[in-house]
Design a protein. Structure first.
Length: 65
């Protein structure tokens, strides 16, 4: 990624963030890399405990990694 970033003359500086994004697999349910992928860009909500549905995070939601 550093080579791709710098090959066109873009300078690398202290603090530059280099990341690959989400890492997903073929199985949508067990290998999705983000909530956006799980919900197909917000078109198909997921069902949480207690029947709560989410397409996107909402204020007050708690995420545990």
């Amino acid at each position: 990624m550093i080579a791709h970033h710098s090959v066109n003359g873009c300078e690398m500086r202290v603090g530059d963030v280099i990341a690959s994004g989400t890492i997903s697999g073929d199985d949508r349910v067990s290998q999705a890399g983000s909530l956006l992928e799980l919900t197909w860009n917000g078109t198909q909500p997921i069902i949480l405990e207690g029947g709560v549905q989410r397409k996107f995070l909402e204020d007050g939601d708690t995420i545990i990694l």
